[in-house]
Design a protein around this ligand. Structure first.
Ligand SMILES: *Cc1c(COP(=O)(O)O)cnc(C)c1O
Length: 381
């Protein structure tokens, strides 16, 4: 519990309520003990111990065969796309509504991100639009499970099968999300995760590459080790130019503690969302993260979208939350609206929603009083 002071004097003499952060990791004595042990003892012969354990814990949780811990989700995506052979002139399809980390690795490889519209209810890629965007240059479709909301994996995998195109899952925001019995990230040709400090499970910075495919795993393992293959007998002998996106043992130690608490971490995220939903569902003109039958949403980021008729704008929302000293984040700008990409204004849903939506604070240690403060702000609209 950070600040004991619930109120402090502002310079202009008024009373300012303490700040509510939108995210913050859940760190207990367990994380501190493991990290301390790694820092004190996790060297030499033991320099991979926590990394191996973290990968195993993650594999078991997700129900996948292979996992490679990385320094970021961006790095995991970069290596996975490289292993699939994505290169100059190729196209990779993904939703316009996204954080840039899902698109940047495509450009690193000289390929082109093709941005398609999202569905109005899940804010995730519209499978019909994805299929319509396929050309002879398409090498992959990336399914990003936005804010914990699940992409329609059945439709996407069906499209992938019919066109012979791999479907990749960027599940960075979807720890705890389950699609008809299968965890997000375990269904695609490969899946990627982020353990950035804002995510449900954190190592400070970090990521994970997962796959069920033995050959793809070997390829990424070699790439991840500067191109040195496992069976290579010669020392310091790379067989190709690879990457260096490794996770350190100290970071993995924190990750092990987080994975041992994974059920609690997911449960708390869900509790926070349910608190918001129970109190806000009676209000007219708003929608929140969906949870269709047969699925579970990890609710990484509780989000409200106001209907167009309410005339509530992003700017109005930001100003009101700021005045209450509550961090509320803007909904992702469409990537195609950014200066380095060509605008795709026909992605109507992706271009429209951010103007009337906001992410609510949802870190694990939020108190009921804090949650009530957020709800009270929304009720003023
Ligand atoms: C956070 C995030 C990333 C980036 O993860 P890093 O570990 O910072 O590289 C990628 N994709 C999505 C969907 C994310 O939310």
């Amino acid at each position: 519990m950070g600040c004991a002071l619930h109120y402090c004097r502002a310079r202009h003499g008024g009373v300012v309520k303490h700040r509510i952060l939108y995210t913050k990791p859940s760190i207990t004595e367990r994380e501190v003990a493991y990290a301390t042990d790694a820092a004190a003892n996790g060297w030499g012969d033991r320099c991979y111990e926590y990394i191996d354990r973290f990968e195993t814990l993650f594999k078991v949780h997700l129900g996948v065969k292979h996992a490679i811990a990385t320094s970021s989700c961006t790095g995991a995506l970069h290596m996975g796309l490289a292993a699939l052979g994505v290169g100059p002139g190729d196209e990779v399809i993904l939703a316009d509504t996204n954080w840039i980390a899902s698109a940047a690795p495509i450009t690193y490889l000289g390929a082109k991100p093709v941005f398609v519209d999202v569905l109005p209810d899940t804010w995730c890629i519209d499978p019909a639009k994805a299929e319509a965007a396929i050309t002879p240059s398409t090498r992959a479709v990336i399914a990003v499970h936005l804010y914990g909301n699940l992409c329609d994996m059945d439709a996407l995998r069906d499209i992938g099968r019919r066109h012979g195109i791999p479907v990749i899952e960027d599940a960075a925001e979807a720890i705890g999300s389950v699609w008809h019995g299968r965890r997000a990230g375990s269904m695609g040709t490969f899946g990627t995760f982020s353990f950035h400090g804002t995510k449900t499970v954190t190592t400070g910075e970090g990521g994970m590459f997962v796959t069920q495919d033995d050959a793809l795993y070997e390829k990424v393992l070699t790439l991840s080790n500067h191109g040195r293959a496992r069976g290579q007998r010669k020392q310091f002998w790379p067989d190709m130019v690879g990457f260096k996106y490794k996770m350190s043992n100290v970071q993995a130690a924190i990750g092990c503690a987080q994975m041992e608490r994974i059920d609690d971490l997911i449960t708390r995220k869900r509790e926070i969302f349910c608190y918001y939903r129970d109190r806000l569902c009676g209000l007219q003109g708003i929608s929140m993260n969906p949870e269709p039958a047969g699925t579970q949403n990890g609710f990484w980021m509780p989000t409200i979208v106001f209907s167009p008729g309410t005339a509530i704008t992003r700017e109005k929302l930001q100003a009101t939350f700021a005045a209450e000293n509550i961090d509320a984040r803007v909904f992702f700008w469409p990537l195609s609206s950014l200066p380095m990409f060509e605008p795709v204004a026909s992605n109507c849903v992706a271009w429209d929603i951010p103007g009337r939506a906001i992410n609510l604070p949802s870190h694990h240690e939020m108190t009921t009083t804090e949650l009530a403060r957020v709800v009270a702000v929304i009720e003023t609209f």
